[in-house]
Design a protein. Structure first.
Length: 200
């Protein structure tokens, strides 16, 4: 059985892929099978668009205060499925829709992609995790190297123009001084920073 959907605190989460180009030092996948008490989020195969839409069709989408693309992988690694699922949700409910992303969609997909998601999401939450390319790579370990940091920032700037709410996030495994540097960077970008608690 594959858990494409799971619920935490009255919010529906969508686990559409296990693919991710990063190996973050704090990744929740290293700590267990699920997240915050969910069943296993490891998928036995990459779900097709049909399988994701079927999983969504079994949910009463109107009962959730927010629906979030966030699982054991990077949602934009399956961009077409992501777009299709978001469009389906939009056609069924007025619930808030959010994507939690590493912001590397452009590198993953080989093109500028933020504009393809326009109108689909109320909130885009992007993992910052470092104030410069070197620190970002130390924590995030992206397969794209330091180019990933600059691509993530570019995606964030574009997203700021396209979506009602954009947030950059760090996990509190980094130092206080590094968090302060990230705050300064976010102030320059005029994008709010959220400091997330590490989930062990």
């Amino acid at each position: 059985m594959m858990n494409i959907t799971y619920v935490i605190d009255g919010k529906l989460y969508l686990n559409i892929t296990n693919k991710c180009p990063c190996a973050c030092t704090f990744c929740i996948r290293k700590n267990g099978e699920g997240a915050y008490g969910s069943d296993s989020l490891w998928l036995d195969h990459q779900p097709s668009e049909e399988e994701v839409l079927e999983a969504l069709s079994k949910e009463d989408l109107n009962k959730y205060k927010e629906i979030i693309f966030c699982g054991f992988g990077e949602p934009t690694s399956e961009l077409e499925i992501l777009k299709s699922a978001a469009k389906y949700i939009r056609s069924k409910t007025n619930a808030k829709l959010r994507i939690n992303t590493n912001g590397l969609s452009d590198l993953i997909n080989g093109r500028e992609t933020a504009s393809e998601l326009k109108g689909l999401f109320d909130t885009v939450s992007i993992s910052l995790n470092g104030s410069d390319a070197k620190e970002y790579c130390r924590v995030t370990q992206p397969k794209f190297g330091e180019e990933a940091f600059y691509s993530m920032l570019s995606f964030a700037k574009k997203a700021k123009e396209l979506f009602p709410e954009v947030i950059l996030t760090v996990v509190n495994v980094i130092s206080e001084s590094e968090i302060e540097k990230c705050k300064s960077l976010c102030e320059k970008l005029e994008i709010p920073l959220r400091v997330r608690e590490y989930a062990d």
